[in-house]
Design a protein around this ligand. Structure first.
Ligand SMILES: NC(=O)c1ccc[n+]([C@@H]2O[C@H](COP(=O)([O-])OP(=O)(O)OC[C@H]3O[C@@H](n4cnc5c(N)ncnc54)[C@H](OP(=O)(O)O)[C@@H]3O)[C@@H](O)[C@H]2O)c1
Length: 328
């Protein structure tokens, strides 16, 4: 098969399209002929050598989400058959023309979606579901602040939380990104380069604060996040771009009865990821089919040009998702 390989840790140029053997598949797995693979920020960290893949994942082929056609099924697979069109959260190895995946981590390609659109969904939708709704316990009628509102994660979080009945605020780094977040459903998007999000959230919520914050920034955002939470608010961390060693005012945590939590999805077990898939299929897939939630694909690259896709992501100019295409 063809695969985009990290030839050694480094810049985007280390990604090379090469021949590799097809992956084997276990009794509980399907083998998918990949039509498209989503690109996620963790792929960049892996390429740079800062994010070693978990044991058992392909060492040098990145890619955490795919869409394509099932071509073979393991002996214990119940749901899927050869020819089924699926999208899936994978352990790694998504940037390749074939990828094996536990059957529970597959979802049907939503009605009328292209493979490119479907490949843009799994990594961000699984991450948002488990962090915002499971860990953060966001309820209809509550409010959510999403940092990085125009990121792949951000555009999924804004749409999912809005569709399920929450008021969503977002931050992003330009007016153009903020406008897009509001078009997706955010009640207000705050340009963090020109506005203090803590003051704006206080004003918008009449000093109450929000119920849940989804944050990948950390660092000096953390005291501001705690300030911006309502009583019994939940801060959910999915990265710490600006630093993991942070200052926390514990008296504020106690006074407001706050919860600080977070998670990393990639290393979680198959049963955990499969349970998220079933929740997404029940609660979110109908909203994709009815177009209440839309895929946001900013740009598509052929596998040969994977390096250009990583360059674009590292410039941070994009809004939503970047996707790799594998032509048959
Ligand atoms: N814990 C988990 O399980 C998990 C799973 C998936 C992703 N994540 C994390 O979630 C975040 C979003 O992922 P994604 O795939 O949606 O990424 P993405 O589309 O590339 O978006 C990242 C956004 O973060 C903002 N940003 C600000 N400073 C940055 C910096 N120094 N480096 C990188 N980005 C910066 C940028 O928007 P502005 O211009 O608006 O600042 C950028 O567009 C990443 O940090 C990723 O590691 C965590």
């Amino acid at each position: 098969m063809k695969a985009v390989v990290i030839t050694h840790p480094g810049g985007p140029e280390v990604l090379q399209l090469m021949e590799r053997p097809r992956p084997s598949f276990a009794a509980n797995e399907v083998l998918v002929k990949v039509a498209a693979a989503g690109i996620s920020r963790p792929d960049i960290f892996q390429r740079k050598g800062n994010y070693p893949p978990p044991a058992g994942a392909p060492e040098d082929i990145p890619g955490l989400e795919i869409a394509g056609t099932v071509v073979e099924t393991g002996a214990d697979v119940i749901r899927w058959q050869t020819g089924d069109k699926v999208c899936a959260l994978v352990y790694g190895g998504g940037y390749a023309t074939y990828c094996s995946v536990p059957e529970g981590q597959c979802l049907p390609v939503p009605d009328s979606f292209t493979f490119i659109e479907a490949a843009s969904l799994p990594e961000t939708f699984f991450t948002v579901w488990t962090n915002v709704f499971d860990q953060g316990k966001l309820q209809p009628g509550e409010s959510l602040l999403v940092h990085g509102g125009s990121s792949g994660i951000g555009v999924a979080a804004i749409q999912m939380a809005t569709a399920l009945g929450s008021t969503v605020y977002a931050t992003a780094g330009s007016d153009e990104k903020c406008k897009f977040c509001e078009e997706l459903g955010a009640a207000k998007a705050i340009n963090y380069n020109t506005e203090d999000f803590t003051a704006t959230i206080a004003r918008l919520t009449n000093n109450r604060g929000v119920d849940v914050i989804l944050d990948m920034v950390g660092g000096n955002y953390t005291p501001c996040n705690l300030q911006s939470l309502a009583d019994e608010g939940r801060l959910v961390m999915i990265n710490a771009i600006k630093g993991k060693d942070v200052q926390v005012d514990l008296s504020l945590v106690m006074r407001k009865r706050l919860i600080i939590t977070g998670s990393m999805l990639r290393s979680r077990e198959i049963a955990f990821k499969s349970a998220i898939a079933r929740n997404l299929e029940k609660r979110i897939w109908p909203l994709l089919a009815s177009k209440k939630i839309k895929p946001v694909v900013y740009s598509v690259f052929t596998a040969l040009h994977a390096a250009n896709a990583h360059q674009l992501m590292e410039r941070n100019d994009h809004i939503g998702k970047l996707v790799l295409r594998f032509d048959s």
